[in-house]
Design a protein around this ligand. Structure first.
Ligand code: ME8
Length: 531
């Protein structure tokens, strides 16, 4: 197996960096299925980029400052520091359990982050884009955002339905208004800066609608990063949070590393935080004299249409505005409980396969079960057990080599092309759909040839060897989605190593299955579930 990585001491060609981030999650609450959706999708994408040989740097973390956190800590009778320590640890644990392969985990309370926030914003201040002013406004603590009278629904926050508070403070303001034209120019010259197009248009709508200066400091509490030029203020949580993307990329501490990573920065976010990422953040970068990130991909909401996961969901959920008003956002469903019930990989598969990135989609218990039975139990799991059973009955448990002339080799080539293209468009569901066509083709080949009815010999060897070769390649292709299952398939078909460490396209070339290795007959990978 060829190994990737950028430390090839000049012998390998330079490996392109791919720097991928999730939002950093608020520690006011535990991880839920919504945050798992983003994190699993980002993880799968990071894993895919490793497979194609990119030098991946994948980061997630927790957002730990601001009024919301102080409020949550008070409600639990503890200090902000103790609260953030314990809740951040829950995120670390949850992502470990879901097999998230992040290379770093940033907590905004870390000294390395405070240093970068202060350095970055000092630069913006020195460049003349921050000035003192008086702020009066209506503030929703849950959103950590301001609203105008017109935006309120029945006098309450349009997202959370809770009362807003009137704030009046002497604040420092970021001169966002100075960046309307530079932002429009940037969007015009970087067509793929924000994807998909619907979200790009939404961001352009914000900019064209007029940009007001933004208050970026607070004096009413101390739980934040201190403003370096004025002791009385801490930075507003969003102004510190966005900068996490620079902290982990060594902004200010390792210029060479930063230069290489920053040009390859891709942010995956939910549509709730589009304005901050697609309007404020590129303007902040410009104000500090750095390029905006390479790309921002905005996904939709996972919604709860059915009621099986508990009616309490409906009460605990947060009603939105417009179309979302009839639906409920998922904030109360534990991804860990789902992983316990279905297994980590089936949960990951469902999150990747059933709600395409970009639009909204329903999350339901029934949805997981039917996807599990159709794709995992009946298709992939069935192929693995069938092949192992027949290898035992016809070939003494030793896997034969593949048939060089098998028509399945053409299907592999097609699927590899389709998957690569789909991943590059942030469409894991299509990449997986293509892979399942290959699994379906291998199952159909077995049904057509019926090797279980053939006498032992070269013909049966050719059929089974080709099916094993498909399984070897399928394991590589599904490894971004289901790393544990992929490794188990390789173990069962007698291949050493980890499919997550394979390299594409080389390791999907037909003929890689060695033959002559023991095949393990095991328990069903995915026992069928009742609905
Ligand atoms: O906004 N469907 O943190 P947050 C899909 N700290 N995705 C969902 C979701 C749902 N129902 N609910 C949450 C913050 N998400 C800030 C971010 S970044 C510099 C600071 C996901 O804990 C989605 O990715 O409220 C969304 O953008 C994110 O969680 C918000 O997480």
């Amino acid at each position: 197996m060829r190994t990737g990585g950028s430390t090839g001491a000049g012998t390998l060609p330079a490996v392109p960096p791919y720097y991928l981030t999730t939002p950093i999650y608020y520690v006011n609450d535990a991880p839920h299925v919504g945050t798992a959706y983003t994190t699993v999708n980002a993880d799968a994408l990071a894993r895919w980029h490793r497979l194609i040989g990119d030098d991946v740097f994948f980061v997630t973390g927790t957002d730990e400052h601001g009024a919301k956190i102080v409020e949550a800590a008070e409600a639990h009778g503890t200090s902000p520091q103790a609260w953030t320590d314990s809740t951040s640890a829950r995120f670390v644990e949850a992502w470990k359990r879901l097999d998230i392969s992040n290379d770093d985990f940033i907590r905004t309370t870390e000294p390395r982050h405070h240093a970068v926030v202060q350095e970055f914003l000092q630069r913006v201040y020195d460049n003349g884009f921050i000035e003192l002013g008086l702020y009066t406004g209506l503030y929703c603590v849950s959103c950590e955002d301001y609203y105008t009278e017109e935006q309120l629904v029945d006098g309450k926050c349009p997202i959370h339905g809770r009362p807003v508070v009137q704030l009046q403070e002497e604040n420092y303001f970021f001169r966002l208004s100075a960046f309307a034209q530079p932002l429009l120019d940037y969007y015009a010259s970087h067509r793929d800066f924000v994807r998909p197009t619907t979200k790009r248009n939404e961001a352009l709508g914000f900019i064209r609608g007029g940009l007001e200066d933004v208050s970026i400091t607070r004096t009413s509490f101390r739980w934040g990063v201190p403003v370096p030029w004025d002791d009385g203020h801490v930075f507003y949580v969003w102004y510190d949070a966005l900068i996490n993307y620079l902290t982990v990329a060594s902004y200010g501490s390792d210029p060479a590393r930063f230069a290489s990573l920053w040009g390859a920065a891709h942010h995956l976010i939910g549509k709730d935080i589009l304005k901050f990422h697609c309007v404020w953040w590129p303007a902040m970068c410009m104000a500090a004299g750095i390029e905006p990130p390479a790309e921002i991909f905005v996904h939709g909401y996972l919604l709860m249409g059915g009621q099986k996961l508990g009616k309490t969901m409906i009460q605990a959920g947060v009603a939105g505005v417009g179309d979302d008003a009839r639906r409920v956002r998922i904030t109360d469903v534990s991804p860990l409980a789902l992983a316990d019930e279905f297994g980590v990989d089936p949960l990951r598969y469902h999150l990747l396969r059933d709600v395409p990135l970009g639009g909204d989609g329903d999350f339901s218990y029934e949805g997981i079960v039917s996807r599990y039975n159709a794709d995992l139990a009946n298709n992939l799991g069935n192929l693995v057990s069938r092949v192992a059973t027949v290898v035992h009955s016809k070939c003494g448990g030793v896997g034969p080599a593949p048939d060089a002339a098998s028509t399945l080799s053409d299907r592999v080539a097609e699927v590899l092309t389709a998957s690569s293209e789909a991943w590059s468009r942030w469409a894991p569901h299509e990449a997986l759909e293509a892979t399942w066509k290959l699994i379906g083709a291998a199952n159909a080949e077995l049904e057509g040839t019926e090797p279980w009815k053939m006498p032992p010999g070269p013909e049966v060897d050719a059929v089974l060897g080709s099916a094993l070769e498909v399984l070897r390649i399928v394991a590589v292709l599904v490894s971004p989605a289901m790393p544990g299952t992929a490794a188990e398939i390789w173990r069962r078909i007698g291949i050493e190593g980890d499919p997550s460490a394979a390299r594409l396209p080389d390791d999907a070339a037909w003929g890689g299955y060695p033959g002559g290795v023991p095949v393990v007959k095991g328990e069903p990978l995915f026992p069928r579930r009742k609905g």
